[in-house]
Design a protein around this ligand. Structure first.
Ligand code: SF4
Ligand code: SF4
Length: 139
């Protein structure tokens, strides 16, 4: 995936976790190009928005993203190939809140069926990395 060709990042976050979390650490990781955003060029600015999956089993992801693709295409001519979906770490990894989303494979299938590129992870905390190394976090 060529990230220099992307213009628009959608950070998809866990609906349950977002009942508490404002998503700031995801935004900061993007701003600082750390964690799941480390491979994005620093000298390019990206538009972004954050969405939640809508709650288990995450099926609303499909209609939210389909609506976005249709609207942004019509209003600004942005194509699917210019959009990338970044799954938040609270979906993809063992984390402070819980193990990874039990519907992770389903969410990925929904996004792939729309034809959008997908990447996994946003924030990588030092404590989680330590727990991964220690074996208490498996993913
Ligand atoms: S990865 Fe962290 S900051 Fe981002 S939505 Fe999940 S809990 Fe919040
Ligand atoms: S489907 Fe996964 S990401 Fe969505 S609310 Fe449920 S646990 Fe969170």
């Amino acid at each position: 995936m060529d990230l220099t060709q992307k213009e628009y990042i959608v950070i998809l976050q866990c609906h349950i976790v977002k009942e508490r979390c404002p998503g700031y650490l995801c935004e900061r990781a993007l701003h600082e190009r750390t964690g799941g955003f480390a491979e994005y060029p620093r000298d390019k600015s990206y538009r972004y928005l954050s969405l939640t999956c809508g709650g288990c089993c995450g099926r609303a992801t499909h209609r939210k993203l389909t609506n976005l693709v249709r609207t942004i295409g019509k209003k600004e001519g942005v194509g699917k190939d210019q959009i990338v979906v970044q799954l938040s770490s609270c979906i993809t990894n063992d984390n402070y809140h819980a193990p990874p989303c039990p519907h992770l494979a389903y969410l990925k299938t929904l996004i792939e069926r729309i034809g959008l590129d997908l990447r996994e992870g946003t924030v990588i905390s030092a404590k989680s990395e330590q727990r991964r190394r220690g074996g208490s976090y498996r993913r």
